[in-house]
Write a protein that binds this ligand. Structure first.
Ligand code: ADP
Length: 384
């Protein structure tokens, strides 16, 4: 039996809501948690044992922080990988591995990884910069529409654009980029897979995501997904292939597209706990956050089975509201049975900023969905 394993200090790069929810699990087992974040008011700063004010993109800050802990994990993938390689060399356990974080930081490298490992994904091309992309377009007739993605530093749909004509290129940055065929999407799905150091692996049931068309952000997550058994099995199998090919430790989110022909394509991977898995806190036997901590502490993984159907609604800042946040009508969420509001404690709201979420569980999925839609329309995050 491993002794004192829960005495190992956990360092988390990033102190957002994902960090906060990880800490809630660590607290249960009295694991000491340290957070590194540039914002002293970040959601996790008030609940960790020690908060370090610093930049998770800085070599120095990450290295110095990492020397204070035994295990280091992330809640955001845009972190300084060089420092993590050195920490790993010096005996700190880093999960996910620096090489997997590096792979995921670049969407083009990610696509090449899918191709190399026979993981189905949309057809794509990589370009070193915008100039080379423009040259390529001028050589080819009828190349529109296509999806443009900045290779680095894009998240929540911010580095993604549907390009319908030459003029749309005015709005993209100069970065290296990937262009992808536009997928005929029927469903957007996600599978969360956890793996521990002993090689045990478990997947949560397939999650269905509904996007807000304007912001390109997830608005609702639904479990169980409204898909056939065949698509379900296919999705789980492909996510397992991704997990095995990465040989990761911890939890990863595999984001999938299901096409109108029922093909499953991998869109991208997040090597961490994920917005699509928030409802596992109330809807599943083990939450994604607990599963990640079990995996990185090399504990047996918990059951990922679902207890009751669930829906998660993201609460994001309303358009045209910038300033101190006010949760208009949040009391309506507390009035209902099976409704669990989570407020991240961010002081300032901005358009589309993730400020909280609500999970609704019910014996009947349809009832949970309709409650979720009512609450989404009533609750607004505005500035005072
Ligand atoms: P981010 O990492 O910023 O979340 P994604 O690569 O997940 O960006 O893309 C955001 C959204 O854009 C996806 O959820 C999907 O709705 C849409 N999208 C991305 N790639 C494609 C594609 N090849 N075809 C059609 N839609 C796409």
């Amino acid at each position: 039996m491993k002794t004192n394993f829960l005495k190992k200090k956990l360092g988390i790069l990033g102190g957002g809501q994902l960090g906060k929810m990880l800490i809630n699990v660590a607290r249960k087992w009295s694991i000491q948690t340290y957070i590194l974040d540039p914002n002293p008011d970040c959601p996790a700063s008030k609940c960790c044992d020690l908060f370090f004010n610093g930049d998770f993109n800085s070599y120095e800050d990450v290295y110095n922080f990492g020397k204070k802990v035994d295990i280091i994990t992330i809640e955001i993938e845009h972190v300084n990988v060089k420092a993590l390689y050195r920490l790993e060399d010096e005996g700190v356990a880093v999960y996910p591995s620096p090489s997997n974080i590096e792979l995921i930081q670049n969407k083009g490298v990610q696509k090449d990884f899918f191709k190399k490992n026979n993981i189905p994904t949309s057809n794509y091309k990589r370009f070193d910069n915008k100039k080379n992309l423009s040259k390529h377009i001028s050589r080819i007739e009828s190349s529109y529409p296509f999806i443009w993605k900045s290779e680095t530093m894009g998240y929540d749909g911010k580095g993604v654009k549907l390009i319908k004509s030459l003029s749309d290129l005015d709005e993209i940055n100069e970065n290296s980029c990937v262009t992808e065929e536009v997928v005929d999407i029927k469903h957007e799905l996600a599978v969360l897979v956890a793996r521990n150091n002993s090689g045990e692996s478990k997947s949560f049931p397939v999650l269905e995501m509904e996007f807000n068309q304007k912001s390109n952000q997830v608005e609702y997550v639904i479990l169980p997904s409204r898909i056939s058994k065949k698509i379900n099995l296919k999705s789980l199998k492909i996510a397992d292939l991704v997990s095995k090919s990465l040989n990761h430790i911890g939890l990863i989110a595999v984001e999938l597209f299901c096409t109108h022909n029922d093909d499953i394509l991998v869109n991208e991977i997040a090597p961490r706990v994920h917005n699509s898995g928030h409802l596992t806190i109330e809807s599943c036997i083990t939450s994604q956050f607990e599963q990640h901590i079990r995996a990185i502490y090399d504990l047996p993984l918990g059951s990922a089975n679902q207890i009751l159907p669930g829906v998660m609604v993201n609460l994001v800042g309303e358009n045209n509201h910038n300033g101190e946040a006010f949760y208009h009508n949040i009391d309506k969420a507390f009035d209902l049975d099976g409704v669990f509001p989570h407020l991240y404690g961010k002081k300032i709201t901005k358009p589309n900023r993730k400020m909280g979420h609500i999970t609704i569980i019910d014996e009947k999925l349809e009832k949970a969905i309709s409650k979720a839609r009512v609450l989404k329309n009533k609750i607004k995050i505005i500035s005072t």
